[in-house]
Write a protein that binds this ligand. Structure first.
Ligand code: ADP
Ligand code: MG
Length: 158
C-alpha cells in the first residue's frame, strides 16, 4: 500500500497537483474518507493543476459539477445518494466515457456501478489537527501501470 502524509491543507493540494500530471482522458479517481478529511481540498489542488481557474467547492448539494481545464474535470460528491440507482441516473457512466477526468468524493459507496479501473485515495485524520494520511490503491490496469509513478509522488510526502 502506498501512503503519504501531509500536515497542512496546502500540502494535500500540492500532492493532488502532482498526481494531476499523471492523468489521462477517461481517468477515474475515488476519494474516500470522513467529513473534513480533505477530499474537497484534494480536488481543489487537482483542479488547479489541470488548469481549472474556477473555484472548486463542495458539490454536496449539487452532486456533480464540471470544470474546464487541460481536461474537463467532473467532480462528484455522492454522500447524499440514497440508492445506487441514483448514481446511474446521474449519468455516471456517460461522464466517465466523456473523455474528461472524474473525481468522486465518497466514491467507495458507488463502486458496484463503476468500471473496475480507478485510483482510490483514502484520507484519514492524523494526530495533529492538520495531519492527514493518504493511502493510494490502484484498481484495474490503467492505474496499476502507473503505480510506480504514484509511489514516487507519495514518497515525496512521507
Ligand atoms: P471533505 O471534502 O473530505 O469533507 P474538506 O476538504 O471539505 O473535507 O475539508 C478539509 C478541512 O480540513 C479543510 O477545512 C482544510 O483546511 C482542513 N485541513 C487541515 N489540514 C489539512 C490537510 N493536511 N489536508 C487537507 N485538509 C486539511
Ligand atoms: Mg467534500
Amino acid at each position: 500500500m502506498t501512503t503519504a502524509k501531509t500536515s497542512h491543507v496546502d500540502q494535500t493540494r500540492a500532492l493532488a497537483g502532482e498526481l494531476a500530471a499523471l492523468v489521462r482522458p477517461g481517468d477515474l479517481l475515488l476519494l474516500v474518507g470522513d467529513l473534513g478529511a480533505g477530499k474537497t481540498a484534494f480536488t481543489q489542488g487537482f483542479a488547479r493543476a489541470l488548469g481549472v481557474t474556477e473555484q472548486v467547492t463542495s458539490p454536496t448539494f449539487t452532486l456533480a459539477r464540471s470544470y474546464e481545464g487541460r481536461l474537463t474535470l467532473h467532480h462528484l460528491d455522492v454522500y447524499r445518494l440514497d440508492h445506487l440507482q441514483e448514481a446511474e441516473d446521474l449519468g455516471l457512466a456517460e461522464l466517465i466515457d466523456d473523455g474528461g477526468v472524474v473525481v468522486i468524493e465518497w466514491g467507495d459507496a458507488v463502486v458496484p456501478v463503476l468500471p473496475p479501473d480507478f485510483l482510490e485515495i483514502r484520507l484519514t485524520l492524523g494526530d495533529g489537527d492538520d495531519d492527514r494520511e493518504l493511502a493510494f490503491r490502484s484498481v484495474g490496469p490503467s492505474w496499476s501501470n502507473r503505480a510506480a509513478a504514484v509511489r514516487a509522488i507519495a514518497e515525496r510526502f512521507a
